[in-house]
Design a protein around this ligand. Structure first.
Ligand SMILES: [Cu+2]
Length: 291
């Protein structure tokens, strides 16, 4: 190629890098999502047949026994809930409650990736109650910008303190008889730990999702996610424990108007099925300007 062509080639490569760099933003992914949602307006709602993903979460081996919580720091808690026990591992007949199951990613059959559709945020609120110096529910899910209503059913003061990594951290006192606190989260995040600054044993976890395909396993370990478009998805089952919880992953194909099973097992000596390469999360395009 001649000299002029070379110059043009170098120039256009440099230009593309510049454009890519600025498109990637200033490093931290703050505000990127809301900007996408507002500016592009391209995301379409899904309309068509839907199916379900359901299953049961098992716990193999002997679960750790619940421990009695020492509530002497607050006499009100001791009076109202004298037998308060730890609830990090609730197992009944080998089935595990409070597991957060959700579609992590995947593609709708003959369509786009599940995250590329616009999913409507419910106008209904999700409630988190403080009752007997205990959060109920212990694990819950909301959609991005869905209202979370926090209530205090105790004759004592609580202090709700979520500690997110992607959303904004806050902590707020809620006195005895104070009105509900209404909050929402602007970014998807799995899962946000919630603590109480008054009562160190109080713990809850909130999953924040961009789509409605999530459920928490009930007392029998069962869950069912409905309204799922046919497609192939990576489904994650998350439970608390350790620094960031424990996850199991499975690839699931939902037939049109049909149902798919996804059972998971935690606990001792589970024959861990290592995720295959196909199931690994997509590699993100590296930010060229970052070193
Ligand atoms: Cu509290």
């Amino acid at each position: 190629m001649n000299r002029q062509t070379k110059v043009w080639l170098v120039l256009s490569i440099a230009l593309s890098l510049l454009v890519l760099g600025s498109a990637c933003g200033g490093g931290a992914p703050t505000n990127k999502e809301s900007a996408d949602a507002g500016a592009s307006g391209a995301a379409q709602a899904y309309s068509g047949a839907t199916g379900t993903i359901s299953g049961v979460i098992s716990y193999n081996g002997t679960p750790p026994a619940p421990k009695k919580i020492d509530t002497t720091a607050d006499a009100v808690c001791g009076q109202k809930n004298p037998n308060l026990m730890t609830d990090d591992t609730i197992v009944k007949d080998g089935k595990l409650a409070n597991t957060f199951v959700y579609i992590k990613e995947g593609s709708v059959e003959g369509g786009k990736k599940i995250g590329e559709y616009a999913w409507t945020t419910p106008t209904t609120e999700v409630q988190l109650d403080q009752n007997g110096c205990h959060y109920a529910p212990h694990v819950l899910g909301v959609m991005v910008n869905q209202k979370l209503k926090i209530t205090n059913s105790d004759a004592t003061q609580h202090n709700i303190h979520p500690t997110p990594k992607l959303n904004t951290e806050w902590n707020q006192t809620q006195a005895n008889g104070a009105p509900p606190i209404e909050k929402s989260f602007t970014r998807a995040e799995q899962l946000i730990p919630v603590k109480c600054n008054q009562h160190p044993w109080m713990k809850a976890y909130i999953g924040v999702m961009k789509h409605p395909f999530f459920k928490v396993s009930n007392d029998t370990g069962a869950y069912e996610i409905s309204g799922v478009p046919p497609g192939t998805y990576t489904v994650v089952a998350w439970r608390e424990g350790g620094a960031n919880g424990e996850e199991k992953t499975m690839q699931v194909t939902v037939p049109a108007s049909g149902s798919a099973k996804a059972d998971f097992a935690f606990g001792a000596a589970t024959t861990s099925t290592k995720p295959s390469l196909q199931m690994m999360p997509a590699i993100e395009f590296p930010m060229l300007h970052k070193r």
